[in-house]
Design a protein around this ligand. Structure first.
Ligand code: FES
Length: 153
């Protein structure tokens, strides 16, 4: 089932017939739905006339597209060299413990947070660093990162 059909229809009508518009179109839909479900991709295919296989191929090729539901807040944990040597692993452990995430899980059951490990976030002097949505937090400790999480709901 597609939740935001009306908004998706508006996005499709904005892009339809424009060359090279499939990726931005898919991005805008993902921004609303927070991921691309197979139902959404099928609907997009029916509405746009683009083959489902092509849409699915684009969605699986580019890492920016998510095929699983993402949390309301995206937590990026830097595992670059400076952060690694400054304790990124203990920050990640603390985050996972606070969010009740098992090793193979990345999204909380309440859908509030998705965590992901990334390479350098470009502010190594603040190591260890995380980003939550567009906000950067540095010089973290396993305790301070728990306090930061509490600001988000
Ligand atoms: S290594 Fe983490 S910000 Fe550069």
């Amino acid at each position: 089932m597609i939740k935001n059909k009306k908004q998706i229809d508006e996005i499709i009508s904005k892009f339809i017939g424009k060359k090279g518009s499939l990726i931005p179109l898919m991005q805008e839909i993902q921004n609303i739905e927070r991921y691309l479900s197979i139902d959404t991709m099928r609907y997009l295919s029916e509405k746009s006339g683009v083959k489902l296989a092509e849409i699915y191929g684009v969605a699986t090729f580019y890492t920016m597209f998510k095929l699983k539901p993402q949390g309301k807040h995206i937590v990026r944990i830097c595992k670059g060299t400076a952060c690694h040597v400054s304790g990124a692993n203990s920050i990640a452990r603390s985050l996972k413990q606070e969010l009740n995430l098992k090793d193979n899980e990345d999204t909380t059951k309440d859908g509030l947070f998705t965590i992901m490990e990334v390479a350098c976030l470009g502010c190594c002097s603040l190591a260890p660093v995380i980003m939550i949505d567009d906000n950067t937090y540095g010089k973290l400790t396993p305790d301070s990162v728990v306090d930061i999480l509490k600001k988000y709901n």
